[in-house]
Design a protein around this ligand. Sequence first.
Ligand code: NAG
Length: 481
Amino acid sequence: MKVLPHQSHFRQLINLLLDNTCVATLIIMAALQKVYVVGVGLTKFVKPRGLVDYPDLGFEAGVKALLDAGINYDEVQQGIACYVYGDSTCGQRVFYRFGMTQIPIYNVNNNCSTGSSGIYLARQLISHNAADCILVVGFEKMFPGSLKTNFPDRTPPNDRTVAMMRATRGFSDTTPRAPQTFGNAGREYMEKYGATADDFAEIARINHAHSAKNPYSQFRDVYSLEQIKNSPMVHAPLTKLQCCPTSDGGAAAVIVSEKWLEAHPHLKSQAILIAGQHMATDSPALYSRSAIDLVGMEMTRTAARVAMSEAGITAADVKVCELHDCFSANEMITIDGLGLSAPGKAHELVRAGGITFGGQVVVNPSGGLISKGHPLGATGLAQCAELCWHLRGWATNRHVEGARYALQHNLGLGGAAVVTVYKRADGKLNGLVEDVAGVSKSKYNPAVEAREPTQEDVATVISRTKSSEWMVTEKKIQAQL
Ligand SMILES: *[C@@H]1O[C@H](CO)[C@@H](O)[C@H](O)[C@H]1NC(C)=O
């Protein structure tokens, strides 16, 4: 068929636009809605002893997030449930207690980055005008002890990375796999850049010190460097106090569009903008034979680059950061991967006091996964809650001075890394709020006090018209005992 002149011009124009990614990006960006976090909530994280169950963990966290946003479940247009261990549709089991409003509910599983994958999905939906108000709830009821395979009769998703580990640094059947994998990355950082075992212990010391101020943290004890170094060796350089524990816990966030926020102007003072965000999966670098690459360094780098460029910032603009310290070794390489330090210099930043109060950036003011615990599906949402409180100026007992941007990094092997940049809706610095209880919709300061919701709290947030007695009259409303 003969191409008419005007058609070919049109094609040329389209090709020009497609070739010019900058223009194409601008055109897409113009149509996207801004996305905000207006409510957050979490349960205390506790050692898994089979005493709490996921419907209570998810429900308590969700009730708190709805209370924090001051809204009723009838306003929620879609639900996203985040968990790794459990049968299909656990999300509905949790959400039906808020109401059976027939909204779409998704069940998300992305290993340790599950919670932030839920936030990412919510933002994708809202920014593309598919919804205006989404409740994301993460929860995890874990088995005591280290992570295990649950489906021994089929190909494990990580079989190739385990084979690579065997072929490079070896594999011990007597040590749990995760500390070996991340510990090897730590060893490589020592060999390549000159970090020492003390630098890894110092990272854990700082996280434990921060945890004393976080009422939701599983461990709140403070340790000396000697105590960290002298705790039982798991896989050098990682001692036990440098490894996160498994935990039961729940965390939730209410995520909304700019249009929705305009219709709820009283929430503007607590709304936190997701100024930039990206999820990256693995590149072929995963199999470069480097132990650092084998724990997803390239995912972290890519997600950080794209998220920060969307927000129009560099790592130097970040004053407060929650990052994925499942092991001190992963915090070390992540400081580097996010660009918080110069390449190969993360240990120098640690030594210079650069990752705690008074330093360049406060990393993991919550105490991080190392102290707080790591209920896989809840972790990314708990990081989000911590950073929202910091930007609101509500983290009064662990306030980070002069923060305009907060950075979140959540990593799952298998794999996915989600990096998020948060900013206040008014773009201002995070001034300390004197009377949080006076402005908080929950009437207390949830950043410094881990209260449990009451029956009245539940009554205010559950659906007014679409509740079933079969779900609502359940015995417990609190996850804690
Ligand atoms: C999930 O993450 C854990 C902890 O990092 C890791 O040990 C495990 O291999 C991962 N699971 C899969 C299936 O990749």
